[in-house]
Design a protein around this ligand. Structure first.
Ligand code: URA
Length: 261
C-alpha cells in the first residue's frame, strides 16, 4: 500500500506520529541524551520524563553509560549565553532559577516577566511577592525551596512561550529537576502544569491532586498572577498547598527550622 492509498485517518496518524517522533528526537539531541546505536550519550542529564507526552523516558539505553546527575552549576555552564531560540534576541537576562539545590520542594512557573528579566531572578515582581507569601505560609522560604520556570528568557510583551522555545528550554528544566530531585513540585498555572504533565487541559482538571511523574509528586495549582486578578481563588490555591504540606509531613520532611519532636 502506498502513501496515496492510505485513508485520511492513516495519513493524519502518520503525520502526527512523525511530528511526535521528530520533536522527541530534537529534545533528546538538545539535551545530549540521544545515542546513535553503538554510541554513548555525551552528557549526563537525566530527563525524568518527557514533557510532551508525559510518559517516562528511558534516557539511558543499554549501550550508554550512567554517569550521574549534573550539578546545577554544570547545567548553568551547559546553558551558557544561550541563543538556542529567538527569546535570546529580546531578553536582558537568563533567569536560571533560585533556591536550595537540594530542596525537597520546588515551584515551577511559566516564564520570566519584566522584573525577572531585569533582575535575573524568577518571581520577583508582584506575582513573586504573592508567591513568597504562599511559600512562607507553608513554613518555607524562597531560599529553602527551589524556584524555576519552563522557559528561562522573557517572551516579549509577556506572551506565552511558543512551542519551539519550550522545546529548546524544557530539557534544561528537566535536567534541573533531575539534579535537585525534589519530592514535590508545585506547578504554577495551566501552561507550567501542562508542560510538566504532558497534557493540554484546564488547570481545574489538574489541580487539587497529585500527579506522579517518575516518582516526583506534581501538584498543579493556580498561578499567583491569576490569584492577584481573582483573589477569590486563593482559598482553592491554599487547599492545594495544604495537600502539599500534608504530603511533605507524611514523607517525614519538615520545613527548615521546625523544632524536632
Ligand atoms: N511569572 C512566571 O511564571 N514566572 C516568573 O518568574 C514571573 C512571573
Amino acid at each position: 500500500m502506498t502513501e496515496m492509498d492510505r485513508g485520511p485517518n492513516d495519513r493524519d496518524e502518520l503525520v502526527a506520529l512523525t511530528r511526535q517522533l521528530r520533536s522527541q528526537l530534537a529534545r533528546h539531541v538538545a539535551a545530549g541524551t540521544w545515542a546513535a546505536p553503538g554510541q554513548a550519550t555525551t552528557r549526563s542529564a537525566i530527563l525524568p520524563f518527557d514533557a510532551e507526552v508525559g510518559t517516562p523516558v528511558e534516557v539511558y539505553d543499554d549501550r550508554a553509560p550512567r554517569i550521574g546527575r549534573m550539578s546545577l552549576a554544570q547545567i548553568r555552564d551547559e546553558l551558557g549565553e544561550c541563543t538556542r531560540c529567538k527569546l535570546s534576541t529580546t531578553r536582558t537576562s537568563i533567569v536560571f532559577g533560585i533556591g536550595d539545590p537540594n530542596a525537597p520542594l520546588m515551584f515551577v512557573g511559566e516564564a520570566p516577566g519584566e522584573q525577572e528579566d531585569k533582575r535575573g531572578e524568577p518571581f520577583v515582581g508582584p506575582a513573586g511577592e504573592l508567591l513568597d507569601k504562599m511559600i512562607e505560609a507553608m513554613g518555607w522560604s524562597r531560599r529553602s525551596v527551589y524556584i524555576a520556570n519552563t522557559t528561562k528568557c522573557r517572551p516579549p510583551g509577556n506572551r506565552n512561550p511558543e512551542l519551539d522555545e519550550l522545546e529548546q528550554c524544557m530539557p534544561f528544566l528537566q535536567a534541573q529537576i533531575a539534579s535537585i530531585a525534589p519530592r514535590i513540585i508545585v506547578a504554577l498555572g495551566r501552561p507550567a502544569s501542562n508542560q510538566l504533565l504532558g497534557r493540554d487541559v484546564p488547570i481545574s482538571a489538574l489541580r487539587n491532586k497529585f500527579h506522579d511523574v517518575n516518582g516526583i509528586r506534581v501538584m498543579p495549582t493556580f498561578h499567583p498572577a491569576y490569584l492577584l486578578r481573582e483573589p477569590d481563588r486563593k482559598r482553592d490555591a491554599w487547599a492545594d498547598l495544604k495537600l502539599v504540606m500534608q504530603e511533605l509531613a507524611r514523607l517525614g520532611i519538615a520545613p527548615p527550622g521546625t523544632p524536632r519532636g
